[in-house]
Design a binder for this molecule. Structure first.
Ligand SMILES: Cc1ncc(COP(=O)(O)O)c(C=O)c1O
Length: 381
């Protein structure tokens, strides 16, 4: 089977993990956590990077950092991986879904703006704008857009909207390590951005996450509450309900080694993407995801639209080419089907019905990629 998206472990991972095992520094303290945070900080340009257990935990903590409560509303896209919504559910806030764009598959920022204009009112609280929904009186506690497949949303416009309405922006950039727009890394535009190092991501620590922020107070609190909110190195005194969401040293060690190879991993991802785009352009009814021309996405997982998605999926899987459909939209899942959903044409559901992801691991060998391409061409003959 040619796998869809698997880790690429061919650097110092063994050596650094062995170092942890040899020295006994396997758990919640040790030098690799700091080193991994520094590597991500340097690469992304975020002023602070705080490692945590996984991306979902990073998003959950981010909502706490934004002081989102169960009386608030958090707006999130209908087309995302379920963890985005789960992280909001943990806060107890009401989730309001929003549709995505037909071409980029990213959050529809104009639709969001229109909804805010028509449905909310903004007041100054302690000299800062705060926005409330007219219907329920609830505060808009945060907006959590997703960088779908590492591509860029209209983030500059979103930042403008968030700052004029006083709404914290929490970027689900879990898929976007290596994605830049005008030199600025995904996840560094809002209050926080979150990365994931899950097994299928562009780099992996097995499981892991990182909270990015440019705000020192937020960074200090992020570290504090992800490490049980302990105030003293010796005494067991904790000043709030914290989380045990640390990334352990042995996993951070893998992350350090992965980051040492990141440029070559990213380069391979872009080559894979370019070859698929060249070879599959004009084949059958294939439509590619459109990328913002001012952005430099990480090309994490090659995904395209076709009306024959189900048949192609079966054809590829039957030919030992691992392929997957897109995420079921959130409003089709039992626990989220009754959420309010801002949309004109329910684009998310159209995209979901058509999308298929194909092998894109950074260690995909060229002959295997040509096999994928020729099976797709055979299918449409
Ligand atoms: C869009 C999105 N959000 C959140 C997550 C959660 O990240 P993690 O698996 O590290 O918890 C993922 C990845 O798994 C994701 O793709």
């Amino acid at each position: 089977m040619i796998p869809l998206s698997v880790p690429n472990i061919n650097g110092n991972e063994w050596q650094y993990v062995k170092d942890c095992l040899d020295t006994g520094w396997v758990s919640s303290a040790g030098a690799y956590v700091n080193k991994f945070e520094e590597a991500i900080q340097n690469y992304t340009g975020a002023k602070y990077a705080i490692a945590c257990m996984n991306g979902t935990a990073g998003l959950q903590v981010s909502l706490n950092l934004a002081r989102v409560s169960s009386n608030d509303i958090v707006i999130a896209p209908n087309l995302t991986f379920v963890a985005t919504l789960n992280s909001i559910s943990y806060s107890g806030a009401e989730i309001v879904l929003i549709d995505v764009c037909e071409d980029s598959w990213q959050i529809e920022v104009d639709l969001l703006q229109k909804w805010l204009e028509n449905n909310t009112t903004t007041r100054l609280v302690d000299d800062k704008p705060v926005t409330f929904e007219k219907l329920t009186g609830k505060k808009i506690g945060a907006i959590m857009p997703v960088y779908v497949l590492g591509g860029f949303l209209d983030v500059y416009k979103l930042v403008e909207i968030c700052s004029s309405y006083g709404i914290p922006l929490i970027e689900d950039s879990t898929e976007a390590l290596g994605s830049f727009k005008k030199g600025k890394h995904a996840g560094t535009f809002g209050l926080t951005g979150v990365l994931s190092f899950n097994g299928n991501k562009i780099i992996s620590t097995g499981g892991g996450g990182m909270i990015l922020t440019n705000d020192k107070q937020i960074a200090v609190r992020a570290k504090h509450i992800t490490t049980t909110a302990k105030t003293d190195p010796i005494n067991y005194f904790h000043d709030e309900v914290g989380y045990n969401y640390r990334l352990v040293n042995v996993l951070a060690a893998i992350g350090v080694a992965q980051m040492e190879n990141f440029e070559s991993i990213l380069k391979r991802k872009k080559e894979i993407d370019a070859l698929y785009r060249k070879e599959l352009d004009g084949i059958g009814d294939i439509i590619f995801q459109q990328n913002d021309p001012n952005s430099d996405p990480n090309c994490w997982l090659f995904t395209f639209r076709t009306k024959k998605m189900r048949a192609l999926l079966n054809h590829l899987n039957n030919n030992k080419i691992q392929s997957r459909p897109f995420w079921t939209p959130m409003n089709n899942l039992p626990m989220y089907k009754n959420l309010r959903y801002i949309n004109d044409n329910n684009i998310s559901n159209k995209i979901f019905k058509d999308c298929i992801s194909i092998p894109s691991s950074s260690n995909l060998i060229i002959s295997d990629q040509h096999k994928v391409i020729s099976e797709i061409k055979n299918f449409y003959k």
